[in-house]
Write a protein of this length. Structure first.
Length: 94
């Protein structure tokens, strides 16, 4: 497994949706084994993570922490640009 693939997989595992799905699966397995208290805690934590991560407060806080690093571009500066660059993360190597 090369470093690029490992980085991509590890990045996906720390997203709130991935964590919530993992907690849900473990909670459902616990429920199937008769451990209802543990299952309830895990399923509740799963829903709480999804809810907190989807609130506007968290979204705006994350967005603002990224946008604060860069000064806004004035319209005069934008008119002299010869290209528009769109940045994304979903690329394949090579």
């Amino acid at each position: 497994m090369n470093g690029f693939l490992l980085t991509k997989v590890a990045t996906q595992l720390v997203y709130p949706l991935s964590i919530s799905i993992a907690l849900s699966v473990v909670g459902l397995v616990s429920l199937a084994r008769g451990r209802s208290r543990r299952a309830g805690v895990l399923l509740g934590a799963s829903l709480a993570i999804l809810w907190v991560a989807s609130t506007p407060v968290v979204g705006f806080a994350l967005k603002d922490s990224l946008e604060a690093r860069y000064a806004p571009v004035s319209p005069e500066q934008a008119q002299s640009a010869s290209a528009i660059v769109l940045l994304g993360d979903a690329v394949a190597p090579g």
